[in-house]
Design a protein around this ligand. Structure first.
Ligand SMILES: N[C@@H](CCC(=O)N[C@@H](CS)C(=O)NCC(=O)O)C(=O)O
Length: 338
């Protein structure tokens, strides 16, 4: 048992980012496996309505969104030093730019549009309805139509991403993207959507994207997966915990409350008058925006929002990054304060 618990389900691409990170740093963790579609009672028990995967808890603190999860894990001790301790400013810049490419452009959506039509999920009504809700679609919109309409353009975009790596970073025969000795954060930030695409049987449009057309990229993905397999073998296998057990563990866990600050000079705090202790709702603005987690505001800085939940059986401290997340007073609270 450790006090790190990863909430995920098998083979989701965003969780792969966290699994890679934990393995390469040698950080042991346990896991709480979630259903692929809603409802997720294990999270409801903690008062969390956020609907995306993965989440990661460290003691009574639950972190949302894989970039914040990785940033938080950089502060945790592992068998290996944090990546930031060993990278140069150029390598740090490359990591952050590659993260922008995979997380902040249409790359992930394009990959979904390529691979989903070739999987049985495309014919799974409950799954398609669930994901339509996640992207904010309503009656009259069809998720299958949305996926199929964008597919030709998506193939082109993703092919261009393979070409970018083949003809720039990997062109000189280097092993790892930032010329590190071992797989580094730059590799983690870039590899996950590409590996997801090529690992789903039958998903790849081989006339456009193949090991024949992009040998260096395919060899790098393969090298990365082998190194990941080795790193995983060296790590203790995670224990799988039930949601009830997780709730028990989190209820009794410690938290560093003294560090919570609501920064009065933050533009959002200045504009909205948000106060520490106020009841707020917190939600992602890019996808899954209808699922707003309610809690008391504990902290708000330029990097992170922290709230304490009270809607479940157990109260936890939920952390979200500022990028692509919003926090606001509950409408009823606003009325009460004015
Ligand atoms: N920005 C989020 C995106 C997470 C995300 O979209 N995850 C997918 C699964 S890989 C998801 O939550 N799908 C809907 C669901 O599982 O409910 C992150 O980096 O963690």
């Amino acid at each position: 048992m450790t006090d790190i618990i990863l909430f995920h389900y098998p083979r989701p691409p965003f969780s792969a980012r966290v699994l890679y990170y934990l393995a390469f740093r040698g950080i042991p963790y346990d896991q709480c496996i979630q259903p692929q579609i809603l409802p997720r009672p294990d999270l409801a028990r903690l008062g969390i309505r956020y609907r995306r995967i993965p989440l990661l808890s460290i003691s009574r603190d639950v972190y949302l969104d894989s970039p914040l999860i990785l940033r938080t894990l950089e502060r945790i001790e592992g068998a290996k030093p944090p990546f930031a301790a060993t990278s140069t400013p150029e390598q740090r810049a490359l990591e952050q730019l590659l993260a922008k490419l995979t997380l902040e452009t249409g790359l992930f959506r394009n990959i979904v549009q390529i691979l989903l039509p070739n999987t049985p999920l495309m014919h799974n009504e409950a799954f398609m309805k669930d994901r339509l809700d996640m992207i904010g679609g309503g009656p009259g919109m069809d998720f299958a139509d949305f996926v199929l309409a964008g597919r030709p353009g998506a193939i082109l975009e993703v092919k261009n991403t393979f070409e970018f790596l083949e003809t720039t970073l990997l062109a000189d025969g280097r092993q790892w993207l930032a010329k590190t000795e071992a797989p580094g954060l730059a590799d983690i930030e870039m590899v996950w959507p590409l590996h997801w695409l090529i690992s789903v049987p039958g998903a790849l449009p081989e006339e456009h994207i193949s090991s024949h057309l992009f040998p260096k990229v395919f060899a790098w993905i393969d090298r990365f997966q082998k190194a990941f397999g080795e790193a995983q073998k060296a790590l203790r296998a995670p224990e799988t915990l039930s949601g009830e057990r997780v709730a028990e563990l989190l209820e009794g866990a410690a938290a560093e409350e003294s560090k919570d600050v609501v920064d009065a000079s933050d533009p959002l705090v200045q504009a909205s008058g948000l106060l520490k202790g106020q009841v707020v709702q917190l939600w992602p603005t890019d996808s899954g925006a209808r699922h707003k987690t309610v809690g008391r505001l504990l902290g708000l800085t330029d990097k992170e929002i922290t709230i304490e939940t009270f809607e479940g059986d157990v109260s936890v401290r939920v952390h979200a990054p500022r990028r692509a997340f919003q926090v606001a007073a509950l409408p009823s609270e606003k009325a009460h304060l004015s």
